[in-house]
Design a protein around this ligand. Structure first.
Ligand code: GLA
Length: 357
């Protein structure tokens, strides 16, 4: 039996380290944050002709959308996510019912904290729970969550035009309190790693430059990695070795050097966290940023300025997070230091869940 209404929350994420590795079947270490998107879904009676509709209201933007449940047409902006999720859930065989959706959120769009993944995931959970609450219980299981992450990534790829990987969605779906997630994108194995910060603080600072995947250099970087794979005769850069870098022309050589180095930095960061060695984690953040700036070339003057502000404010390590080309930077502050003006503290929080009362 469908419910009358359902409410779901999905968090944004901060990636501690392991950037531009997800679509290269590499390693990442993200955590879910407290800020996220809430979707309230209310069952909507069919129209006079029996047609089921979706009405959506983006509360923070004061914008709305309306479309037939059976045939969502492509759209721009936030509407592309809503229509894409509805279409892909239906295509995957999830039973859906007409609904009025109210979307509200505390993840600033464009800040590089995955407001879009949070929106996709919250929509999925609310729509599934509204139509079939018993399924919504089952989807807590691992396989279903990973399937949902894939479905959300298809929406990014096919409805929004961003060739993103699974990092943001998996982080939002699997997030857990006081833990980061080591994700191996070659197997999709997810291993929680305790994030014991002690007196240290993780802070994010918005560069003020909005980050938009579809129109940034993100898709181009992805294409460069695919080209490097072709030239090396491998299926993914996970199979590339440091020696391979010399066989590639520029800029592909530097792109591959970043990916190989970044995977190694994730391994080292996991070991450092297990040993409570936060200074080592901070040094790895700096190394990751240098690689993203010099080899992967996804930094911008605004991101550099934000990193410089965090370091000047006493951060032991700082780096751009997410796809780059705008968005936020992450810094690690040693005990006793206050976050610089404009920076806000982030802590690992729970993954996506229903919040029905
Ligand atoms: C964005 C994408 C992710 C990932 C990161 C870079 O956040 O959505 O899939 O590729 O960039 O690590």
């Amino acid at each position: 039996m469908p419910r009358e209404h359902s409410r779901a929350f999905a968090p944004g994420r901060v990636n501690l380290i392991g950037e531009h590795t997800d679509y290269n079947r590499g390693l990442s270490l993200p955590f879910a944050i407290a800020a996220g998107v809430t979707v309230r879904a209310e069952a909507l009676a069919p129209g006079a002709g029996g047609e089921q509709r979706i009405e959506a209201l983006a509360s923070d933007l004061g914008e709305r959308d309306e479309f037939p449940l059976a045939a969502p047409a492509p759209a721009e902006g936030w509407r592309a996510y809503v229509r894409g999720i509805v279409a892909e859930l239906a295509r995957a065989g999830w039973p859906l019912v007409g609904a009025r959706l109210q979307i509200s959120g505390g993840v600033p769009p464009g800040a590089g904290l995955s407001s879009s993944a949070a929106l996709e995931v919250a929509l999925c959970l609310a729509l599934i729970d509204l139509a079939s609450p018993e399924e919504a219980g089952a989807q807590r299981e691992r396989l279903e969550r990973t399937e949902l992450a894939r479905l959300c990534a298809r929406v990014e790829n096919e409805w929004v035009g961003a060739q993103t990987g699974l990092l943001d969605q998996l982080a939002s779906l699997y997030g857990s309190v006081e833990e980061a997630l080591r994700i191996d994108f070659s197997t999709l194995e997810i291993t929680p790693v305790p994030l014991r910060l002690g007196g240290w603080r993780a802070v994010v600072l918005d560069s003020g430059e909005p980050h938009v995947h579809a129109s940034s250099g993100y898709n181009q970087r992805r294409a460069e990695c695919a080209r490097a794979c072709e030239l090396l005769g491998v299926e993914s850069l996970r199979e590339a070795f440091p020696d391979d870098v010399r066989r590639l022309p520029e800029p592909l050589a530097r792109r591959v050097a970043h990916v190989i180095g970044e995977n190694e930095r994730v391994r080292l960061a996991v070991s450092a966290l297990r040993a409570d060695d936060l200074p080592a984690v901070a040094r790895l953040l700096n190394a990751s940023h240098a690689s993203l700036r010099d080899d992967y070339e996804v930094s911008t003057p605004a991101l550099e300025a934000a990193v410089a502000r965090l370091l000047a404010g006493g951060a032991a390590g700082a780096r751009l997070i997410g796809g780059g080309f705008g968005g936020s930077v992450l810094g690690l502050l040693a005990p006793g230091l206050d976050p610089p003006a404009g920076a806000r503290e982030v802590r690992p929080g729970p993954g996506a869940h229903l919040v029905n009362d």
